[in-house]
Design a protein around this ligand. Structure first.
Ligand SMILES: Cc1ncc(COP(=O)(O)O)c(C=O)c1O
Length: 413
């Protein structure tokens, strides 16, 4: 099981740090996301320590989990934020980040988002299109701004060891600029007079299974930077993996750092970790509504579904499913499904579980990243509450209240 010091059993009951999951559910109901701030901060600390030999700046990738309490906690611990939309910049600012500690990435920034980012004074633009440079330069001029820091995003044309839907560094992907385009832009950089070309950005994918493609991508970036001794920043994106499956052999933070740091000694390094900080700090708890035996399968239908955790349906991602009350009796292969009207609404396929009964609580582990942020109201399902267990491990609060049916119609005329 992919449990850890924060998500663990105590006397056969699941706890998040010192708080019983059952206690939270009794008060807040299901489905509910629960996050351990202690675990998130520990993960962050381990990343900081692993990269300590370099001049490293961490920008937490808000797309993984942009809950304000999560953002605030990580920002207070010293990180900046990697934002991919005006909305994420807005959230990051609300959470208290200094604008210069925001990197603004994204393959399709709108002109209004660029204006907003310039007005607010975001620190970096990770640029993925030559026209984007024109827009940033134009609006900077309009606002009397100059020296806007630019990192050109390289599409390094490497094959990341991950699921194809979360690989972003191969030639056919929509992300980044080719090496040829970047080389040309750098030769002509003086044409964008308000921009300061400081470095390059790469992000070859998420949940990376090894460091090989990252090393290849870094080498390609370094080759492009070689003629420009003043460009000394390399943003290497996110991608460090989370443990979804206890059997999987994945590179640790320490291994990642070990394998790439020797290449980066002369550089200021920006990191954009998301999943590796928050995934294993979060769980999604659902309650069994019904069970049935059908087509030679045992099916448990829970009130948690693909609308709260779409990763299994979208990426064939696997989340371990465990009961809140540990039960050591004989297991049977179980399909854990949600109530949404889609065959793809399966949280866990072929999961060995002791017989589940109506009312039992079950948990999808490692659900802190790309869970709540990718949730939807499909089937007019209100989004669940998000609960945060404080870094002291003892106190908890509802960081986002459960939506109501009224919320579902509130924006319609
Ligand atoms: C540009 C960029 N940076 C950082 C991240 C965060 O990646 P991860 O959550 O794998 O660390 C992503 C995720 O897709 C991304 O696209």
């Amino acid at each position: 099981m992919t449990l850890n010091e924060s998500i663990h059993y105590h006397k056969n009951k699941l706890y998040v740090d010192s708080v019983s999951v059952t206690e939270i559910v009794q008060s807040v109901g299901t489905p509910v996301y629960i996050y351990s701030l202690r675990r998130a901060l520990n993960n962050l600390e381990r990343i900081k320590t692993a990269f300590t030999a370099l001049d490293t700046h961490i920008h937490y990738s808000a797309k993984a989990n942009a809950n304000l309490t999560i953002l605030r906690t990580l920002i207070e611990d010293g990180v900046g934020v990697d934002a991919v939309s005006g909305g994420e910049i807005f959230r990051a600012l609300k959470a208290g980040v200094a604008p210069q500690n925001i990197v603004f990435a994204g393959v399709g920034k709108s002109e209004s988002e660029i204006q907003f980012a310039l007005e607010k004074g975001v620190g970096w633009f990770n640029v993925e299109n030559v026209r984007e440079l024109d827009f940033i330069n134009y609006y900077a001029e309009d606002m009397g701004l100059s020296g806007i820091k630019i990192a050109l995003r390289l599409n390094p044309d490497v094959t990341a060891n991950t699921h194809p839907y979360i690989a972003t560094g191969h030639g056919g992907a929509k992300f980044g600029l080719t090496a040829t385009v970047i080389a040309n832009v750098l030769k002509q950089q003086s044409q964008w007079i308000n921009l300061d070309f400081r470095g390059l950005h790469i992000h070859i994918g998420s949940q990376l299974g090894d460091t090989l493609a990252t090393q290849q991508a870094i080498q390609k970036a370094l080759d492009l930077l070689a003629p420009y001794p003043n460009m000394k920043t390399l943003n290497i994106g996110g991608g460090m993996p989370a443990q979804y499956d206890s059997q999987a052999q994945l590179p640790s933070f320490e291994m990642f750092a070990h394998d790439i740091m020797p290449m980066l000694r002369d550089y200021t390094v920006l990191l954009e970790p998301g999943r590796s900080i928050i995934a294993d700090a979060g769980i999604l708890v659902g309650q069994v509504l019904y069970t049935k035996n059908q087509a030679a399968q045992h099916i448990a239908i829970t009130d948690a579904s693909m609308t709260e955790l779409i990763r299994p349906a979208l990426y064939q991602a696997k989340h371990e499913i465990v009961p809140v009350a540990e039960n050591h009796s004989k297991t049977q292969v179980t399909q854990v499904v949600g109530p949404v009207c889609e065959t793809a609404d399966v949280l866990g396929r072929d999961i060995p579980l002791a017989t589940l009964n109506e009312g039992d609580l079950v948990v999808a582990l490692t659900a802190g990243a790309y869970g709540a942020v990718m949730s939807s109201n499909y089937n007019a399902r209100p989004k669940p509450a998000e609960v945060v267990v404080a870094a002291n491990g003892e106190s908890w609060h509802v960081a986002r209240r459960r939506e109501t049916w009224e919320d579902l119609v509130a924006k319609e005329i």
